[in-house]
Design a protein around this ligand. Structure first.
Ligand code: UDX
Length: 491
């Protein structure tokens, strides 16, 4: 019977459970594609709630071994199935917390999948790092559990250490050392997000909702290894350190990237401008002269900061593409108001062909791939980081929350490919500083060094994902090793 099941491929089931947010879904989709193309004997089932499945399924029509299965939607204050459906960023924390209520239905679903798979449970459940509760479900069926971390180990080590120990709770020192990490890795108090500070101040912090991240870290400690959407060359030491401290294998298989902006369109993110129009605009500018400004899939900045950013970009006299989103505090769906920008700004930028303002969503991959793009002013969300570096584009950091502060730290202090311009939503930037930083990265001698380093990393990241003359790049080797582990477990 066992042998029969294996012959039919019935023993080769892998379940992927991504978190329901753009920045988390996309790396999973790319992982599914890699696994399906590399090992056709695996049956890959992607699990999500119905509206997510509806948008995901059409992207995989050409992959016969990838299936989709619905979980019933979970109750959360806004009854959203995806962070895109939330009216504002303030609702995100509750959405994350509520996702844990999916555990019983996930358990039922694995049981059904096992039954329909001839009684063979999945070899492995690969869940998002924020769906750590799935580890108990996996182990109760005798399946492996491996989280896919959609951020890198450098930032996640710091992030988990802070959430687990809230080290700022007992000190008002500016610089904090971090339990679990070597003493040379410190952070500044300004690199803590608002909800970390609130959690530390709360008298019942250990039971309080913001400890969601610490709980997930605790769950994932029970996992059988970890997959990382990162590249060895970016954070070799942190990968080794994670492997050592967890005592489990780590596989750095990135960069897992969206194929193009079409990926997002199918997910309901229609760009405010087509990739072709964007390219036409960029073609009017010299090589590496334009700064691309975007704060990821969900973040925005306060109104006063938006004004200063606009003035600073104008003062820099460099070309820019800016993905405009409603300022913090205004509902995502509200109409954008021209008074949120300096008077006449939009018209001046259009007439001088200096600034291209795009509402809500831009074709990011295409912009970063264009030769005229010279820098990316970003919140340092991990996908944006990987997309930028994989195209050799240096960064200007303005981390806004969560682990973005530590991504920015990695980029500036360890990799030398970024200048951090501001920190947090209350950064109080001034137009002059924006103009100066933009010019520094695009023009100065220091900028030249940063650009050179970014280009080097681009080459090394390309090498990581290919096999040339029998020599496999680091991410190819890691994926091979991961699949071998699965196959051995499945036997
Ligand atoms: C979230 C978290 O905030 C961040 O801390 C974590 O590192 C990843 O998940 P997010 O806002 O989704 O970040 O940003 P990012 O990781 O940069 O991902 C955004 C994705 O949306 C990228 O793939 C980017 O290409 C795409 N995007 C974003 C567009 O294609 N167009 C846009 O206009 C904006």
């Amino acid at each position: 019977m066992e042998e029969e099941k294996r012959k039919n491929g019935a023993g080769n089931l892998i379940v992927l459970f991504p978190f329901m947010a753009q920045g988390h879904l996309n790396p999973f989709l790319d992982l599914a594609r890699h696994l399906a193309s590399r090992t056709p004997s695996l049956t890959i089932t992607i699990v999500s709630t119905p509206s997510n499945i509806l948008t995901l399924r059409p992207r995989f029509l050409s992959f016969p071994t990838i299936n989709f299965v619905d979980l019933p939607p979970f109750q959360n204050p806004k009854n959203a199935e995806n962070t895109d459906a939330l009216p504002s960023l303030f609702a995100i924390s509750a959405f994350y917390q509520s996702s844990e209520s999916l555990k019983p239905s996930f358990h039922r679903l694995i049981s059904q999948l096992t039954q329909s798979n001839g009684g063979a449970p999945p070899i492995c459940i690969i869940s998002d790092m924020f769906l750590g509760f799935t580890v108990d479900v996996a182990h109760s069926f005798g399946s492996l559990h491996v989280p896919l971390y959609t951020s890198g180990p450098y930032a996640m080590s710091i992030y988990n250490s802070i959430w687990t120990h809230l080290p700022h709770r007992l000190t008002c020192a500016d610089v904090l050392t971090l339990p679990d990490l070597p003493p040379n890795i410190t952070i500044h108090g300004t690199q803590l997000s608002d909800n970390m500070i609130k959690a530390a101040a709360s008298s019942n912090y250990s039971k309080d909702s913001p400890t969601f991240a610490a709980r997930q870290a605790e769950y994932c400690r029970k996992s059988d290894g970890s997959l990382w959407n990162t590249v060895e060359v970016l954070e070799k030491w942190s990968l080794e350190n994670w492997a050592k401290s967890s005592g489990k294998p780590v596989w750095a298989i990135g960069p897992l990237l969206p194929i193009s902006s079409k990926e997002f369109e199918r997910g309901g993110k229609t760009p405010g401008i087509s990739p072709v129009k964007c390219a036409e605009w960029l073609n009017l500018h010299p090589p590496k002269s334009v700064v691309y400004v975007s704060f990821g899939s969900q973040n925005s900045i306060p109104l006063d900061q938006m004004m200063e950013l606009a003035k600073g970009l104008e003062e820099s006299e460099k070309g820019f593409i800016w993905v405009l989103r409603n300022p913090t505090g205004f509902d995502v769906g509200d109409e954008f108001r021209s008074e949120w920008l300096p008077e006449g700004f939009e018209e001046r930028m259009r007439e001088k062909v200096k600034g291209l303002l795009v509402r809500n969503w831009a074709p990011q991959m295409e912009i970063l791939s264009h030769g005229s793009t010279g820098a990316f002013l970003s919140h340092c969300g991990w996908n944006s980081v990987l997309e930028s570096l994989s195209r050799g584009v240096p960064m200007i950091g303005w981390p806004l929350g969560s682990e973005q502060f530590y991504n920015s730290k990695l980029l500036e202090e360890e990799l030398g490919v970024c200048v951090e311009m501001a920190r947090g939503v209350d950064a109080k930037i001034r137009a002059g500083d924006v103009a100066e930083t933009v010019r520094l990265v695009l023009e100065s001698e220091k900028g030249e060094e940063i650009r050179r380093r970014a280009e080097e990393l681009e080459e090394e990241m390309k090498r990581a994902v290919v096999e040339v003359d029998g020599l496999k790049g680091s991410s190819v080797r890691a994926l091979d090793d991961f699949v071998e582990t699965l196959m051995m477990w499945g036997q």
